[in-house]
Design a protein around this ligand. Sequence first.
Ligand code: SIN
Length: 548
Amino acid sequence: MFYLILTNIYNKPLDMESIYKSDVVVVGSGISGLMVAISLYPRKVTLVTKKKLGEMSSSSWAQGGIAAAVGKDDHPDIHYADTIKASSGLNNKDAVKMITSEALEIVSFLEKINIPFDKDKNNNFYLSIEAAHSRRRVLKINGDQSGKFIVQKLIEYAKSQDHITFVEDVSVDHIVQNEHACEGIVGHINKPGVVDNFIFLQAPNVVLATGGIGSIYAHTTNPRDIYGEGIAMAAKAGARLKDMEFVQFHPTALDIGLDPAPLLTEAIRGEGAFLVDEDQNRFMLGVHPDKELAPRDVVARTIFKEQERGRSTFLDCRHFSKGNFKIMFPTANEFLTKANIDPEKDLIPIIPAAHYHMGGIKVDLTGQSTMKGLWACGEASSTGAHGANRLASNSLLEAFVFARKIADTINSKTISSTKLQKINIENYFPKEKTLSKVRAKKYIWQLRSNMTRNVGLERSKQSLTQAFIEFDRIERESKHLSAKLKDMLLVSRLITYAALLRQESRGTHFRNDFLETVSHYNKSLDFDINDMTNFLNHNTNKTIIKSA
Ligand code: SIN
């Protein structure tokens, strides 16, 4: 194990960028990034993270767990069927087959590295149930702390490996390419007070494991810095994107004005919690036969509609056996305690929040994007395993399976040795004015509110057109966009563009003006940045409404 001491390169002038070379650069230190780096042994890997290892990754916040057909009444084929059913027909069936059939192997690997899965008194896995699973099949660790435990263990494991060099506190900004093949990445050191310190990491393979897009919405359960920068980078480099319109909103984020909004895991409803309105009516009863455990999009939209009508919505756990909530859901309990809410006595206020993005960088079954040498896994990618609506707790599973595939595929290739090269860093970071932090914050908030209002749980041609008008206004008024705001705008536009093209309702994509699911749209939309730019150039905001 080798740590790059970035303090050595602080305060170097702009033209003395640091250059490092490896076989593979992995960006992101959530589950997919760590797993791909570990599995790439003996390749020389540089793992880059924006903060410290594992910090700010959505994986460490994952409360659900890993779905795997380990129960006596279960089988990978049943898990496969549930996944397809939940996903509204847009899956890549081979990807679903792959994740559901390899789940047991992944669980064995995790047991080998001593992941302490929750067990019952007979030492069988304790399995919980979440929406749209026909069986109890979600493996958990210390109740709702699965992500935290897994990430910690993977970090320990990765640190014991000599083939990985860790580069912390670096934000990655661009993919370096030559004739549409990856040559590495450039980024900047991400520490308060450190400016204009750029770093070039050269490698013929780059794996983006940068997570989802939650923070482009006003309400999200994702860490604050998760805003789709991997997608933005891949898009700017010309890679194709897929299923961008499908954003999953979690029905039960804690509504106490915190940003991000703390997640109240679906497993709480799996254990029998009710959803009630301000008159304590269980409003899901008449909506879906599975009531509180109806598919996530159905529950989230029902809550949204209640709130649109000006009614408050709550999670009700007051009937749980005394002491149970605290033991089963320590993370949720901690949030509630801090907010002075006692789940045994009080109703818990909830709001739907952006939680998971099914879309992302288009990859094949080996995790390879449409650009040579560029790979993606985890939430940054779109493998087709989740279709239009992800089955709960399938994402950690998908992350593990695809991380291994990428590593196996790269390991099977010959990597020819190249010389360290220099690049002109100014091609990537032209000297230009950028917004002050305070002004950037204001526009970022406007952008996030716009996404929630116009590209959220319900969409229409009108709302999507309004979203484009707002993007243009923000761009015009803010004048000198910061890199973060630029990326957030790009990702927001890409999602809005895809949402406009899909003139139907399916899974998490609900159009007020096209309520039906239409067979004409029985396929994923994939496109690149030029497709969107051409569309926008030919459709001024006034004409989008007519042409879409
Ligand atoms: C949850 O715990 O409710 C989230 C699980 C998931 O999103 O997979």
